[in-house]
Design a protein around this ligand. Sequence first.
Ligand code: WTA
Length: 661
Amino acid sequence: MASTYPPLAKGAHVDSMDKYKSMYERSMKDPEGFWGDFAADFHWNKKWDTGDDFHKYNFDLDKGGIHVSWFNGAETNVSYNCLDRHVKAGDGDRVCFFWEGNDEGVESVTTYKQLLDQVCQIANFMKSQGVGKGDEVTIYMPMIPELPATMLACARLGVVFSVVFAGFSAESLAGRISDSSPKMVVTCSAVKRGAKHIELKKIVDEALAILDGEEQVHVPRVLVYDHKASGVAREAIHASLVEGRDVWWQDVIGDQPTECEVEWVGAEDPLFKLYTSGSTGKPKGVVHTTAGYMLGSAATFKYVFDYKPEDVYWCTADCGWITGHSYVTFGPLLMGAKQVLFEGVPTYPTAGRCWEAVDKYNVTIFYTAPTAIRTLMACGDEHVTKHKRTSLRILGTVGEPINPEAWRWYHEVVGNSKAAIVDTWWQTETGAHMITPLPGATPVKPGSATLPFFGVEPALLDDKGNEVEGVGQGYLVIKRPWPSMMRTVANDHHRFEQTYFSGYKGYFFTGDAARRDEDGYFWILGRVDDVINVSGHRIGTAEVESALVGHHVCAEAAVVPVDHPIKGQAIYAFVTLMNGFEYPPEESVRKELVAQVRKAIGPIATPDVIHWAPGLPKTRSGKIMRRVLRKIASNEEDQLGDISTLADPGVVQVLIGLRGK
Ligand code: WTA
């Protein structure tokens, strides 16, 4: 039996299970009343239609195309609700960002009014370049205040933005730009992350050079922020500026007027797209729309973190991921929160960096990933205990299943057993928290994401697609739409329908499996598709395989996940070389293949192991048996099971013989 911890947040918005249950019930029975009441705190240029028109959907492919809409007929603007609304209410001097740069002592403070002014300036510049409603902008920036500011400037104009994590390679960036045809790319000279310098502008140049041959991609304007704290001087980059294409941020933004009228947009107009990996093909652009996403990110921010105006909040995620969208840029700013914006990494310059900053800003709510928790745990308690941390009251985790040891360490050492832990399960596709405790209401069990958030109706399905009732496990699906769910895949609605709705008719399929215990709590078991969760980042096995076979020495590759003590999962690649190679080949071949993956995707996709494979275990019809490869990768060949269906069972022994070679 797992131990249960009582809910620790005192005086919370939701302070008992009874209150959670009654709010949950209302969200199910009366979505219009529930979300309409929450929406009343926001500004609407035009109110939504009521009754049957409020919310429409079809989740069943047998009944036609998949579609979802909420707040039909309404007009609003997310940027207005994040900024103007607070400034108009007299909160302009309130701090929105305490920015902590990568190096200690490099910092700045921004107020809501200052951010509004800057957002208007960026928006005015975009307008001056002919960028407007419905156009697209690609953002490739590090965690500096100008990153959320650019996102908000786009939202202000109804421009659809796509943030590409500034750790992706030029090739990945090129793929995303090519899929978007942005009118502008916003980037930065360089960034220092930990002890490393990364020249982002150079990567943008490389990406655009890759696209040079593609006719349909018109050359976007490139806006380059000169990031002095990166340690790379403007002069060092200046020569790379392309006349007529590139322009320094500092040369054009400061002179723009600090007022810019918002573009009112429809509730279902797209707000942004964010590329994420799936089991097949290229990463897909997950599209989120305006009103539903706004309310979903704000409501979860308020209830899951029990946010109150006196809180100081800090989420360590990068805006290149969905967590940075919903819980750095939108949720917190919609609620008028004061937050720490962090450019660096938790272990630089020491493993005490986070806790030092917690004390410096009196952080009350801290949100990070299990991989960061495990990394810091491995560095030793002394880095934590030498800081006070008495301000902390809520500790959140996201991105991958958290193992109970890491959960307890987070709770007992970081939180002094006083802070409530919220293990939040959700996805790029869901836009906001889906299964999560509420810190003043839900008793928690280490490793369980517990119960559904308001409006979310999860279910578990068996192999035949029947619902598993009560205690049991199965594929995790969602039975009805929630406001912040994705609406489509950019340029490919068919792929949206096939990926999420074709497996189980009438349900949204999450790609995860889960178990439900005797208290109805959900325990996420991880992905059941070909997605590897490395340090909380989604990497498609197909993407890594296609990167590997992109190298001329590689004939075939099969990539599987393997458990890793810090990263959760690591990438394990079986590689068959072209005819003529001996096994094992020279060490330089391995290095080249690893470099190839880093070039095609980025350092986050670096395989931990390349296992030479003169042959791969295949069925007679030529299908690779990944189950067998997983067992070999995990040193569990005693549990291979039935391999009699293999075309050549002998390959298994050959592979085992090449382990570690
Ligand atoms: C995994 C991140 C267990 C899961 C917000 C999901 C989790 C994928 C949790 C989505 C959690 C996320 N416990 N697993 N609390 N949170 N996951 O799109 O496999 O980057 O499907 O969104 O991360 O990853 P994504």
